[in-house]
Write a protein that binds this ligand. Structure first.
Ligand code: SF4
Length: 506
């Protein structure tokens, strides 16, 4: 059977190479190949990583006043939308040219559900009659949304438990997808209702494979991404990990990593990025993995761009990570306020966090600390207090505006996601889901974090020094725009002036 496994193009304001790893797609295709199927891979965002400019999405018009044409430099916001990957028509033509019997689409986040729907539409317009299914993190959150687009089946959860029975049905002349675990179907059931899977099926540790992919390459460096663990027993209310991976922590068997790592080329310095949500949960396992990579790749360094939970770290672990080849620690704090931490079921120990940060500084590795703005108990005052706190510590600040997906606590009513576009379920939409911070306040917090990071940057240009001077004198944020081949410093409009004043005067 010929199967096309596809990651659709993405429409967004930014797309980093790390998000291009398509590990879900590679996991599915590796499983299918091992079962003897003929697989063709299409990782469309990887085909055109720079993307092309597209008109603003009408669902995110609320952002228009905050976009400044020509804005650039270290304090800039986003300037517009791009499509990362070819046009949907070109993608459809390339997929159907391989004459697949089945097309499996990976939607890794619900925010990109409309990109999957657009691709399905374009494929159908070619007259292609292949069966089309979808899976991944986005589908796991709300499979019925995808069924409504006319696909034949939608699979939730982890693919390892699903693929064997899915293939069995796909090989039949009259497949019955209701026999496949975690499979919602529109063929034999009502399109919107689908079938309710009998129970949650997640993979056993022994089912997990070592999957990795190359996300970038220069003359001297190769960047690869992998994810070696699944699931998390913690219950932070803002986290959607459990919708796809469940609550049990599992990890790829060490033996599979030892044999799989030998496939990674050794001719360049290699940066290994762990995409795991919770790799530091088992430090013993983590250090064993680092050792395996080090033996195979003497020229390597490590990253964990999705963030490491500081609560599993201590100063000796941080020092050992630095020694092993981590050049930067991405620390996820979630929230810095006690009230929010309680309401989000999130642990918070600032003294522990500060110890971790101190150890990073002593080990000579940089730190970036992430927190979420716009949580249910957040406020403009709490957001500024968090920014000020991090501003005074040896760390850069990463801010993620809160966004829900269907199924998160407080967002289980799927009707909400039929009346609100999935595009709003991305941080870069700055949508006030909880109403605690408005869009202007979310954008203000984001811009203040950029300003704070500029203040910590070495080797600042003359323009950047002037911008800082103006901002501090006037308690107002400024930015840089390109004008007639030169740069101009202008004040940023539409910000929350009270938050800016609070930031500069405390
Ligand atoms: S945020 Fe991290 S610790 Fe919390 S539930 Fe998600 S993966 Fe687990």
């Amino acid at each position: 059977m010929k199967i096309a496994v596809v990651t659709p193009p993405v429409r967004d304001m930014y797309f980093t190479p790390g998000r291009n790893s398509a590990l879900g797609m590679h996991t599915v295709s590796s499983h299918l190949s091992r079962m003897g199927e003929t697989v063709t891979l299409f990782n469309f965002p990887g085909d055109n990583p720079g993307g092309f400019s597209i008109p603003p999405l009408k669902e995110t018009e609320h952002l228009t006043p905050f976009l400044i044409q020509g804005e650039k430099g270290p304090v800039s916001f986003f300037t517009g939308y791009r499509q990362f990957g070819p046009s949907f028509e070109e993608c459809a033509a390339r997929i159907t040219a391989t004459e697949p019997d089945v097309i499996l689409i990976s939607c890794f986040a619900f925010a990109y559900a409309e990109d999957t729907v657009e691709l399905v539409k374009a494929i159908k317009e070619t007259g292609c009659t292949a069966l089309i299914g979808a899976g991944g993190g986005g589908v796991s959150a709300f499979p019925q949304y995808f069924l409504a687009s006319g696909i034949d089946f939608a699979v939730t959860g982890e693919s390892e438990k699903v693929i064997p029975s899915l293939l069995k049905e796909l090989h039949r002349t009259d497949p019955d997808f209701s026999r496949v675990p975690n499979c919602y179907t529109s063929i034999h059931h009502n399109k919107i209702e689908g079938t309710v899977p009998p129970s949650y099926f997640s993979a056993d540790s022994s089912d997990l494979e070592f999957i990795w992919s190359i996300t970038g390459e220069t003359k001297k460096t190769r960047y690869i991404s992998t994810s070696l663990s699944r699931g998390c027993p913690r219950r932070c209310r803002f986290c959607s990990n459990f919708l796809t991976h469940g609550r049990e922590f599992r990890k790829v068997p060490i033996g599979k990593i030892i044999s799989g790592v030998t496939q990674i080329p050794t001719d360049k310095h290699t940066v290994i990025n762990f995409e795991d949500d919770n790799l530091s949960f088992d430090p013993e396992y983590l250090f064993e993995i680092l050792k395996i990579f080090t033996v195979h790749l003497p020229e390597r360094s490590f990253m964990a761009e999705n963030g490491m939970d500081y609560s599993f770290l201590d100063s000796s672990i941080v020092k050992a990570l630095a020694k092993a080849g981590f050049r930067q620690l991405n620390l996820s704090l979630g929230t810095l306020s006690t009230v929010s931490a309680e309401s989000e079921y999130r642990h918070l120990s600032l003294s522990k966090y500060e110890n971790v940060l101190e150890a990073a500084e002593q080990s000579g590795i940089a730190a970036v600390t992430y927190f979420i703005s716009g949580l249910e108990k957040d406020s403009p005052e709490a957001a500024v207090a968090a920014l000020r706190y991090l501003h005074n510590l040896p760390t850069l600040t990463g801010i993620s505006p809160f966004y829900p997906v269907p199924g998160l606590p407080g967002f289980t009513d799927t009707e909400l996601f039929l009346t609100h576009s999935p595009s709003l379920c991305r941080g870069a939409s700055f949508y006030p889901w909880n109403g605690t911070l408005s869009t202007a306040q979310l954008v203000t917090a984001f811009r203040l974090s950029r300003y704070s990071n500029l203040k910590k940057k070495g080797g600042r240009s003359e323009t950047e020094c002037r911008l800082i001077e103006l901002s501090e004198r006037e308690h107002r944020l400024y930015t840089v725009v390109r004008k007639h081949k030169g740069n101009r410093i202008i004040p940023v409009p539409h910000l929350d002036t009270a938050m800016v004043e609070m930031f500069f005067s405390t």
